[in-house]
Design a protein around this ligand. Structure first.
Ligand code: 4GX
Length: 262
């Protein structure tokens, strides 16, 4: 898969290409990655990439000609690539979009600065407008790298032998279970016994249960958009029974949980 980033700050991207999984993916030929300088696609003496907005107002707008020239030049060697504009107005990026992007032959990221890019680029050159969240950054470069990072690791072979992108957080709309490594006791806290038992079926149940309960406690929204398996319903009902028993015990001994006493 071919990744290209179009930016006035290509140097921001290079360290990202030179480390970790992304670097390995490039070295093994699973992906290619480039960062093109929009100034190289200008034709004036000052290499101007931005200009004042028509209609007045504060801030600057990215000029359309350098962007169009950079997109066309990139597409000349990757005609199947899709163009992604990073923008707070875009669709909120998530794992499902990452999966969709991972199946494409190439992505060209447009990284705007200032108030944004000329609307004619948005309308005539852009396939996807994507936001990484509801906050405003100074440019689209970090956002493009966030998206690329999440996409690269879904490309088969990029994670190496150890991990599988399939069995983890979000691919099943659950948060991940807790992870533990040596030592068995750290500052007085022991690793859950079941994980040391070597009993694989019990370990799997423990993992499903902690995933589900963590999700129910921290991210109810994830469960609301998802069908529960019968095993998962069983686990939630058992927790409900245990909590009901706890509450019942309180009211019987008169502690009065409903009045907020301890
Ligand atoms: N998720 N920014 C883009 C300039 C801009 C504004 C409007 C296009 C349209 C951001 C985000 C983000 C700041 C990148 C403004 N470009 N990008 N930039 N949140 O905040 O993706």
């Amino acid at each position: 898969m071919k990744f290209a980033v179009l930016t006035i700050f290509p140097e921001m991207c290079r360290p990202f290409f030179e480390h970790g999984i992304v670097r390995r993916a490039i070295e093994s030929g699973k992906i290619s990655a480039s960062a093109a300088d929009l100034r190289d696609f200008t034709s004036d003496r000052h290499k101007t990439t931005d200009d004042r907005p028509y209609g007045g107002g504060c801030g600057m707008v990215m000029k359309p000609e350098p962007l169009a020239a950079a997109i066309r030049s990139t597409k000349a060697s990757a005609p199947e690539s899709r163009v992604v504009l990073m923008s707070p107005q875009g669709r909120r990026f998530n794992q499902a979009i990452a999966q969709e992007f991972a199946s494409l032959p190439g992505l060209i990221f447009i990284c705007g600065r200032y108030e944004g890019v000329d609307e004619r680029i948005c309308q005539n050159f852009v396939d996807y407008e994507v936001s990484i969240g509801d906050y405003v950054m100074t440019g689209g470069e970090l956002a493009a790298m966030v998206v690329m990072d999440a996409v690269v690791r879904l490309i088969p072979g990029t994670l190496g032998g150890e991990a599988s992108a399939e069995r983890e957080s979000f691919s099943n709309d659950l948060l991940e279970h807790g992870h533990y490594t040596r030592p068995p006791v750290f500052e007085g806290e022991a690793v859950p016994e079941v994980l040391l038992s070597g009993h694989h079926a019990e370990i799997e149940s423990w993992r499903l249960e902690t995933s589900l309960i963590h999700t129910a406690l921290k991210r109810k929204d994830l469960l609301q958009n998802r069908c529960l398996s019968s095993k998962e319903v069983e686990i939630l009902k058992r927790w409900r029974r245990e909590i009901d028993t706890l509450i019942h015990g309180q009211s019987v001994c008169g502690a009065g949980s409903l009045s907020g006493g301890q």
